[in-house]
Design a protein around this ligand. Structure first.
Ligand SMILES: [Zn+2]
Length: 139
């Protein structure tokens, strides 16, 4: 299986370049949104480069998941923030400002997976359902 890391990065670069502040931006301000706004607007290339490092380091598994080493999901330190690697990859590549209620979900139920097309945005309620299914599947 070949993975086109460059295509994922190109899409991410385009999404980041199209990021803009909506009329509601200031009223929705919170520490998480402010952090990602700063990343999107001031550190886009450095963030993409970190995503590239993570994707290149991760190993492809037989089930298609792209997994970083370690028993628990890896965290990424970047520009004063500390995020899960899957959260970092998804948020940077989609350039979507998440609110508190938004989470990054795994369609594969593998929390160590950072493969961009296994990651989707969702709500906390949906994530809770994912977690129940994941436990049920013994992952
Ligand atoms: Zn996966």
């Amino acid at each position: 299986m070949t993975l086109d890391v460059q295509t994922w990065l190109d899409v991410g670069r385009k999404n980041l370049s199209e990021h803009y502040r909506t009329a509601f931006h200031e009223s929705l301000s919170n520490p998480s949104r402010d952090y990602w706004t700063c990343v999107f607007e001031e550190h886009a290339e450095a963030a993409l480069s970190r995503v590239a490092d993570l994707l290149n380091e991760a190993k492809i598994q037989a089930d298609g998941c792209l997994v970083l080493g370690g028993a628990t999901p890896r965290k990424v330190k970047f520009k004063g923030g500390r995020k899960y690697a899957y959260q970092f990859v998804h948020t940077v590549l989609t350039a979507l400002l998440a609110s508190y209620e938004d989470v990054v979900r795994h369609t594969c139920h593998n929390r160590n997976c950072i493969r961009p097309d296994h990651l989707i945005s969702g709500t906390r309620a949906e994530n809770y359902q994912d977690e129940r299914e994941r436990r049920y599947l013994g992952r």
